[in-house]
Each structure stands twice: as C-alpha cells, then as structure tokens.
Write a protein that binds this ligand. Structure first.
Ligand code: AOS
Ligand code: ZN
Ligand code: ZN
Length: 392
C-alpha cells in the first residue's frame, strides 16, 4: 500500500524539523589499531574540521551542529571557533571529554583507586564546561573507558561509589542550561567489567544526579542481538534518552556509517522515536553521529550517513499509526507486522528529494557536493592533515 498525499506531506513537515549533529573527529584521519590510512585534504585544525562539517550541512540542510572532543579540538580562542562556526552556518554541539588518552588513566579515571587521578578527571570536565560557556554548547558528554580486565583487580562496588561522587562534582559545576549526557559501553577497552557497561547503570547514575542528566545510546555499544529499540522505548518512557551516538556495527564498536549494517534496525529505532513524539529538536533527544571514515572519503561519508538517518526517519514517519493501532488492538499479529513492513519497504528517496527541493537544496546531496569542487580545493590547499584523535 502506498502512502496517501496527506501522509507524505505530514512526513515532509516532520523531516524538515529534524537535525543531526556531526562529530568533529569524523573529518580527521582515523583507522584501526593496525593502521591509520592518511587521506589527502583532511583538516589541519578544528577550524577546518568545522568547515568540512559545514559542507555536510550545506548539502543536506539538516546537520547544523558539530560536536567537539577536548583536547582533540583544543584551540586558544573558543569564542573565535564559535564565531567561525556561525559564519559557516553551523553551531557547536556537545562537548566530549577525553578520559582515555592519559597515562594516569590506565586503571581508570573517575573510578580510579587514587584520589589524585579522580580529581584530575573531574578537573578536565571543568575545563570542558568552560569550553561549553565559550561556545554556547548545551551538552557535556561523558564516555568512560573505565573498567577492569581481571576479577579482583579492584572493587566493582567501590568503583561505582567513586564514579557517583565524581559525577556529582561535575554535575554541580554545570550552568542551569547545561545537560550532562552519559554514555555506556558493554566492553572495550576493559574486557572483564566496564564501570558503565549498560543503559541501566547509566540511568541509575543519571537519576541520582538530577533532571539534567541523561543517557547517551551509542548504537555500537551492545552485545550482538540486543534489542536496541526496546532500550530506546524504555529510556524515552523514563524521560532520560538524552542523545544517540549513531553508527553501525557488524561485530563490535565498528563506528561505520549508520544504517550500513542494519537499516531495518535503524528504522525500528526511529519508529520508537516517532511514536513517542521525540523527533523534534525540542524533544530533548540529540541525534548525533559517532563515526570514523577509515577507508571512504570523509565528507561524503558523513553526507551518506545523514541521508541514511533521514531515510530511516522518513520510513518511520510513514507508518500508518491508526492502522497499526487497530491491528494491535485486534490482536492481528500479521496485520500489525504488515503495517510496519509496508512503511519500511516504501522507497522514500523521492520524498526526501522533494523535501530538499522545497528547501532550495539539490535533491542529490552527494552529487551536488561532488560537483562543487570542494574536495579538490582542500586536497590542493591542505597539506599535513591531522589524525582524528591525536593530532590537534
Ligand atoms: C567510545 O567508544 C565512545 O563511542 C565515545 O563516544 C567516544 O568518545 C567517541 O567515539 C570518540 O572517540
Ligand atoms: Zn560513542
Ligand atoms: Zn564507541
């Protein structure tokens, strides 16, 4: 069954409101622990990363914010960086702290047995909060690499207490308009026990902190087979889904382009979002990408990713909600599943092309970017681009 003109118009209206935040680190060189393949024309500093992110916004129209990572994106003057972003039509999004690249953090950061190291980790977040003040960022994003490799290595329970204490100190330092958003990950770099391995642990810490502490769901951070849309529904129900780190995983934390491995899963996630009315920018859910483009060109990789999120969203918006409710209420198992699959199987590319045309954009963002000559210009102008994580 194809969607009615009214359903298509309503979907276009909702899609016009959607925004997706880009990670500054997607534009730098990246790789695996085996090899970083340097690409030509990659940014040499945070200003150039923002310029590249602005290209993604220019051709998609839905990516107006860039997350920064501190200290990867360290600059002398954050006011100047924010002004530069504004001049290019984007703003600074979440500020990501870094608790994983300092020798002091070998045994943990906020959970470390030594109070000196814990204080250093808290102090780093105060620096990040200053960056938020200078850039107008609203979200302080924490991902902890903390955990244990061996049973008995440290007290699981004491580490939770230390974590709660450190988070309290950081939360107390935020301004009233700021949020603390807390990511979880089931393994890596620790293999026996991560200190925030799952959404439940993140949620418990958020609940203890206060209303402005929210969970970040990175789609690559679960065991295979995990029903992620269930977690989405549960966190939305609790009013604590603060953000997504979208990416795609085949095996572990692959950080590949969102929707690459399982576009159906992305659709199911977006279906929960749409059903809960959580798509609009003021819903409190920040739709961010957390990806690295190791072998594909980076700006087109980000454009493709944004388009993948848009396509999944469009399909979710086309679910015939009254037909679904009727089938569910009647206990019509096949009918209900059929309503969902009808939406998933709709080709939404023409709908998105229309939306772009309405917004004065080229209907084909990748082709428009390729024609623009930007890629050739940065290759000619930028020599010695930096690695995503260790250069800037
Ligand atoms: C790490 O696995 C997490 O996904 C974090 O979000 C991390 O800060 C991000 O990937 C940048 O390295
Ligand atoms: Zn992440
Ligand atoms: Zn990750």
């Amino acid at each position: 069954m194809s969607p009615t003109p009214e359903a298509l118009a309503a979907a276009r209206g909702a899609l016009a409101q959607q925004t997706i935040e880009l990670p500054s680190w997607a534009f730098g060189n990246s790789g695996t622990r085996f090899k970083v393949f340097a690409q030509q024309g990659v940014p040499r500093d945070p200003f150039e990363k923002i310029a590249d992110a602005a290209q993604v916004h220019r051709y998609t129209g839905v990516a107006p914010r860039v997350s920064l990572h501190i200290p990867w994106d360290l600059v002398d003057d954050y006011d100047a960086l924010a002004r530069h972003a504004k001049d290019l039509g984007v703003t600074i999004g979440a500020i990501n702290s870094n608790l994983f690249q300092d020798d002091d953090y070998m045994l943990g950061s906020l959970t470390h047995p030594d109070a000196r190291v814990r204080a250093k980790a808290v102090q780093h977040h105060l620096q990040c909060i200053d960056v938020m003040r200078a850039t107008g960022s609203q979200d302080l994003k924490l991902w902890l690499p903390d955990g244990l490799n061996y049973p008995g290595q440290d007290s699981i329970r004491a580490r939770q207490d230390r974590l709660a204490e450190g988070l309290q100190e950081i939360y107390a330092a935020l301004d009233p308009q700021h949020r603390l958003i807390l990511e979880y990950k089931f393994f890596e770099p620790a293999f026996y026990s991560m200190d925030i391995p799952d959404w439940g642990t993140s949620l418990l810490h958020c609940l203890a902190l206060g209303d402005r502490a929210m969970v970040v769901l990175d789609t690559g951070h679960h065991a295979p087979g995990t029903n992620i849309e269930f977690i989405v529904a549960q966190l939305l129900r609790a009013g604590r889904l603060g953000a997504f780190d979208f990416n795609s995983r085949f095996y572990a934390d692959d950080d590949l382009m969102v929707g690459a491995a399982d576009p159906f899963q992305l659709f199911r996630i977006m279906h929960e979002i749409v059903q809960a009315g959580a798509l609009a920018p003021d819903s409190g859910v920040n739709f961010m990408l957390d990806q690295c483009h190791n072998i594909e060109p980076k700006i087109p990789g980000q454009i493709r990713s944004v388009m993948n999120v848009q396509e999944a969203t469009a399909k979710a918006l086309l679910v015939d909600r009254s037909a679904l409710l009727a089938a569910q209420t009647a206990g019509d198992v096949l009918g209900a599943n059929g309503v969902l699959m009808d939406a998933y199987n709709t080709d939404v590319r023409p709908l998105l092309a229309e939306l772009r045309a309405e917004q004065g954009l080229d209907p084909e963002p990748l082709a428009a970017y390729a024609r623009s000559g930007y890629a050739e210009t940065i290759v000619a102008e930028r020599v010695g681009g930096t690695q995503a994580g260790w250069g800037a």
